[in-house]
Design a binder for this molecule. Structure first.
Ligand code: 5GP
Length: 201
């Protein structure tokens, strides 16, 4: 007789203050971890030059976004840095039903909301090594106005206070270590007994 285990898909939320280097961490994780999907969010924020519609985000006007909120289109949504961001419900529910794990890049409000909706959600906080490093990274990407940078820095201080409500903290000092940290968490969470059902064949 062989033991084989089955489990349902899980949500893996990665949150970090803007400029925390989260996108590079997520890209690395997506390249290396099997059976992982990425949830593409919708946003009312204007598209940055380097971003691709349907890959980075679905860019939709604020009015359309608000209409969709009322229709229950989003699993969670939040206003972040003056723009609306949300996780489309349909794809996430379908992929979870198929047993796939889903990586989500959402802010701390979204992370805690997803945890309330689906308690087995894994919350990972990616922390910048310092506020100075955060500021340098925000300036280096040259994609936001000075006002936007100031707003993001101000909000970062608030977001960082949420770290202790998360399950894991990964300090992003060196990209490679941070990617490996998130990778390891996913591998361990996949073995959590409470996620598994046994099948004797
Ligand atoms: P950015 O404008 O830099 O791409 O993202 C700003 C913030 O919005 C980040 O903290 C990011 O995690 C968050 N965000 C992106 N998509 C979503 C989403 O679907 N829901 C929520 N709650 N936050 C999101």
């Amino acid at each position: 007789m062989r033991f084989s285990f089955k489990r349902k898909g899980m949500l893996i939320v990665v949150s970090a203050p803007s400029g925390g280097g989260k996108s590079s961490v997520l890209r690395g994780v997506m390249e290396r971890v099997d059976n992982l999907s990425y949830s593409i969010s919708a946003t009312s924020r204007p598209k940055r030059a380097a971003e691709v519609e349907g890959k980075d985000y679905y860019f939709i006007p604020r009015e359309e976004f608000e209409k969709r909120i009322k229709e229950g289109f989003f699993l969670e949504w939040a206003e972040v840095h003056g723009h609306l961001y949300g996780t489309p419900r349909a794809l996430v529910e379908r992929l979870l039903g198929e047993g796939l794990d889903i990586l989500l890049d959402v802010d701390v409000q979204g992370g805690l909301e997803l945890r309330r909706a689906l308690p087995q959600t894994v919350l990972i906080f990616v922390m910048p090594p310092s506020m100075n490093a955060l500021e340098e990274r925000l300036r280096a990407r040259q994609s936001d106005s000075e006002d936007a940078i100031r707003l993001r820095l101000h909000n970062a201080a608030t977001e960082i206070q949420f770290w202790s409500q998360y399950d894991y903290v990964v300090v992003n000092e060196h990209l490679e270590d941070a990617i490996r940290g998130v990778e390891n968490i996913i591998h361990v969470e996949r073995m959590r007994a409470s996620r598994l059902t046994i099948q004797k064949t």
